[in-house]
Design a protein. Sequence first.
Length: 437
Amino acid sequence: MKFKFVIYICVLWVVLEGAFRKWISPSMGNIFYITKYFLVGVAFLFYKLDKKKIKDHEVISRLSVPAFIKLLVAGLAVIAFFQMFNPNLPSVFIGAFGLAQYCWFILLIFMVPCIFADEHQLERFVLFNILIFVPVGILGVVQFFSPQAAYINKYVVDTANVVGVMGHPRITGTFSYLGGYAVYLTFAGFLSLAFFSTKRNIFKVIMVSAVFIFIVSNSMMNGSRGTVAYLVTGGILCLGRIFLKDIGGMIKIALVAGIAVLFAAFYMPSLVEDSRELLETSYEIIEERGTRDLGERVEEIMRPLSYISWYGYGTGMTQNIMKIEGYKNETVLWDEGYEGEPKRVMLELGLVGFLFYYFLKIGVIVSAFRVYRRTKNERLRCFSFALFLFILFNLHSPVVFNHILNFYFWLTAGLVFSIPYLDHTIGAQEKVGGEPA
């Protein structure tokens, strides 16, 4: 299957893209940026032209992607397509870029389930994603202990300042910016939890445990509190789930979590102290404010409704492509702080498009939870639970406006939707008395 090979290449390229944009050839940054879109498009073309497997693809699609998700995807695609020609946009090119941000990576939810013929191929794909983190994590450590002005710590934009933490630069690995690396760390961390909780081979347990600890340490060096919170919360939830099913699994995850905490306390005591002070400060702020500004926040979220039309201003209108192409955004009150994804989606797609987009995100979360609840094979249940948590924790995150999260969000959804077919295959083999593949 050619599209399977292309998807593997695309997964690797997303990790390496920032290195090419920052260090190898910064002048070709835009070409490197769109390469992942090109690879996903090529993979989809091979996927549709694979006539030998087309019937298998149809069967897998029926078992994997729920019909209401397909309906929401189709509705969003239609709305985004027409928004591409919105007269408020300065050019169709801007609209086409915005259309790609909304819809392009969604293709992964249809292709990824067709990659895996059995459970072991899924595990190999997950392990591949975990292991490619290792050299990136090593690079992150080198960045952390290098001067902030070092070439290895530059961002894609030369004028961007490398933000420091504890007197060291916040690391980005091979990614262009802090946010992209934080997303990758979260993704790799949850894959590690999924893989770790399914294994009984001591070598693989030790290997994946070491990688997870490495991910936690890199998250601290990255300085993203959200990433650390996600990994800790996810670990606790996975621990609680395994406690109900398997004492041995509980001990393994407790061991990894304990080592990670000891590592942080021993090697980064100042970070632990900073975290304690941050928690105390956050508690004081919450205690002082209470719910006083809750109404103001709700009003701010809904404020775009007071001046936008039903059809919005067009895909791409609030995205960075406007600045890159030198267009001044005079239609939308961009300077008033509408950086959050809900507000920007509302501005670009209008109310109907906004509803389709968020019903789709919520629908994916609900579907992921249903996959977890309905999966009978215990190892696949472990996978589905960790993947569900990654998707759930990113409900509020700017999927459309963060191209790295955009890719990993829909890739994870594709991994979730691959589980029903694999579970069905294993169940069918067990019914006829055969061994699962």
